[in-house]
Ligand binder design. Structure first.
Ligand code: MTE
Length: 322
């Protein structure tokens, strides 16, 4: 079950004040659900001997109103079962082959249809915006899902600073192109760089997150270090990793999976159990890390955020505009 608790942002209304009793999960409860008692978020990292990650603890995290009342997927599963074709097509490849990627220092170019084109420096991003904890489900088009405690900055807060003009109908995102550090980019799995896009009202929706961490620390390379998108009501492939540019544009921008297979992957890519992928159903999903014998769970329209986002698509045929 997904719970939206606040539209008012950190510091204005405490989510716990407006959430029905028993629904708000505080940090201690979150950790209990993840099986870590009442310790700090750093604990799962300390107890996970595994893989390379960029790895600083994120200071001054703000509890957000966007939580999910479900057990968290373990750090091990979140960091070893990935899709990041820049490091290979196998689920274990990103963890195995991303150790040579150097995410820092980092900056993102922002331009196109805006009054103040410029650059977001990563240190500035994590230092001067509220970095919120938000627990979202990531529902992959391959019919598996995870529940991830992200840390990130609300995308709209960042985009507003660049003052998009009335011609900014969409935001186009691009992943870094560094074949010397990303072995998958030497291969023709996809047309590089990976690109994605959102309609401007989707980008400005309070749920859209520029994620910079998970489980309280900076993003590991395999999860899209140092900055990725997380758009929880859409299939996981919209959540583009290792972003180097954001451009405001007037026309719908090209997107990697739509270019790859247009009849399979549309621009919108909203989670929709009523529209099957041409090769498989989208009605149910498997939770990564669950028991082998656990049955699949039903997939919810807009991944459970129907109340929050359905109005963005009023009057649209969501089968046609999949
Ligand atoms: N971003 C880039 N640049 N390259 C990718 O291959 N894969 C997408 C998305 N973002 C991908 C990407 C897909 S298909 C999914 S399901 C999610 O990242 C997976 O995110 P995770 O590995 O953190 O679970």
């Amino acid at each position: 079950m997904l719970i939206k608790t606040s539209r008012y942002g950190p510091g204005r209304v405490r989510p716990s004040e407006i959430t029905p009793k028993g629904v708000w999960l505080n940090r201690r409860e979150l950790l209990k659900r993840a099986g870590f008692g009442a310790a700090a978020f750093a604990v799962p990292w300390a107890s996970w001997p595994g893989l390379a990650h960029a790895g600083r603890k994120l200071e001054n995290l703000v509890e957000s109103g966007w939580m999910l009342d479900e057990d968290l997927t373990s750090l091990e599963d979140i960091t070893t079962y990935n899709n990041f074709y820049e490091f290979g097509t196998g689920k274990g490849d990103p963890a195995r082959y991303s150790g040579g990627f150097k995410p820092l220092p980092w900056s993102i170019r922002v331009g196109g249809e805006c009054e103040k084109p410029g650059v977001i420096d990563y240190e500035d991003l994590i230092g001067s915006y509220p970095v919120e904890e938000r627990v979202y489900r990531l529902r992959c088009v391959e019919a598996w899902s995870m529940v991830v405690p992200w840390a990130g900055v609300q995308l709209s807060e960042v985009l507003r600073r660049f003052q998009p003009t009335s011609k900014a109908k969409y935001a186009a995102f691009e992943t870094v192109y560094r074949p010397e550090e990303m072995p998958g980019q030497e291969r023709g799995f996809l047309d590089w760089p990976y690109v994605e896009g959102l309609r401007i009202d989707e980008a400005m929706h309070p749920l859209s997150l520029l994620a910079v961490g998970l489980y309280g620390e900076e993003l590991p390379n395999q999860n899209g270090a140092p900055v990725r998108l997380v758009v929880p009501w859409k299939y996981g492939y919209k959540s583009i990793k290792s972003i180097v540019s954001i451009t405001f544009v007037e026309e719908e921008p090209p997107t990697t999976w739509n270019q790859q297979a247009p009849h399979e992957y549309g621009f919108y890519s909203n989670v929709n159990p009523e529209r099957s992928h041409p090769r498989w159903s989208q009605k149910r999903e498997r939770r990564v890390g669950g028991s082998l014998f656990a049955s699949k769970i039903p997939t919810l329209k807009f991944n459970g955020y129907e109340e929050e986002v359905a109005s963005l698509y009023a009057g649209m045929d969501l089968i046609k505009h999949h």
